[in-house]
Write a protein that binds this ligand. Structure first.
Ligand code: MN
Length: 330
């Protein structure tokens, strides 16, 4: 797993010890296992948030773990051009490469630890695909795509694009030095990640070596989710067993903990976890296909606007490659 790593974790700033007196550790409130499915032109995903209510997820809406998959030559797949409105897509590539382009002029290649943070806002069209060389040669591909909701006040903001390079993530170590934290957005122990967000959010990818314990202070006003990308361990005050493909939703409290099992399977030597939290937006969420709005009327309007070309148009140079107007509604 090459998403940013360091030679000596012990030189990094540490998340300070949590003085637990008077502070409540969060318990795991629900544990769900992500079902497998296919996205876009047929790349394998796990639907990380399946079976969890929007209220628990708020301000997050949807998350796919893309892969991990070892593509054979000619097999790698992406998405056709498609629209979005009303939220942000956050694509974090752990292994492999994805090429992205949007109708707002944003785009680029993201690889091994890079994050592309796209604000769809009022509307955008985009395409996400493996580069030609990966399609030809095949290879490893693993990443996540997270959908972050926007409050009504920002749903019609102009589209925007943040290109967050792997090297910009803030690297921290756990108190025991057994865990590496990559802060992509939000704050942890006084350090702030590079991602700029509309509402307060924390997004961290942690790697725990076998037997390590990670304790994280967590804003009591935030929800708290932990998704296991690979490996196994325990989570929360009750030390609930967790493993690859599971999402733990934590209850209320001031801090949370996870531990890595002392013995891991040989194909995933460490516990890889994504921590997500944010201040709930607490507005009605109507999610239909690629649109996340507050009302059904706004969804109808989004479909009309898309069909009328008001969410953007495919750049002329790209038209021959894909299928304009190919809207796939899951
Ligand atoms: Mn998309």
């Amino acid at each position: 797993m090459p998403a940013v790593t360091v030679e000596n974790i012990l030189v990094l700033p540490r998340v300070p010890r949590i003085y637990t007196e008077g502070l409540k550790e969060r318990a795991v409130k629900s544990l769900t296992t992500a079902p497998s499915g296919f996205e876009g032109e047929g790349f394998p995903v796990r639907r990380a948030f399946a079976g969890v209510s929007m209220t628990e997820l708020d301000p997050f809406v949807h998350m796919d773990q893309m892969g991990e998959v070892e593509y054979s030559p000619g097999e790698a797949k992406g998405t056709p051009w498609h629209p979005h409105r009303g939220f942000e897509t956050v694509t974090y590539i752990i292994d492999g490469t994805f090429v992205h382009q949007d109708s707002n002029g944003g785009g680029g290649t993201i690889t091994n630890g890079d994050t592309q943070w796209m604000t769809a806002g009022a509307g955008i069209l985009h395409i996400e695909a493996p580069p030609e060389f990966l399609v030809l040669a095949g290879g490893l591909f693993h990443g996540i795509q997270l959908w972050v909701n926007l409050p009504a006040a920002n749903k019609f903001n102009p589209p925007a694009y943040q290109d967050i390079r792997a090297g910009e993530a803030i690297l921290l170590a756990s108190q025991d030095g057994g865990a590496l934290l990559r802060v992509i957005a939000g704050e942890m122990a006084g350090y702030s990640g590079p991602g700029s967000t509309f509402t307060p959010i924390t997004l961290i990818h942690a790697t725990l070596s076998p037997g390590a314990t990670l304790e994280l202070p967590w804003s009591p006003s935030f929800n708290a989710l932990a998704y296991v990308l690979s490996g196994k361990g325990t989570a929360g005050s009750q030390h609930r067993p967790i493993q690859s493909g599971q999402l733990a939703v934590f209850g209320q409290g001031d801090w949370l903990s996870v531990s890595s099992a002392a013995k891991q399977d040989s194909n995933s030597p460490s516990l890889e976890i994504l921590f997500l939290g944010g201040h709930p937006i607490r507005e009605r969420v109507v999610h239909y296909g690629p649109f996340v709005m507050n009302t059904e009327e706004e969804i109808v309007k989004a479909l009309e606007d898309y069909q009328a070309g008001r969410l953007g148009t495919i750049p002329v140079s790209q038209v021959p490659h894909r299928h304009p107007g190919d809207l796939r509604l899951p």
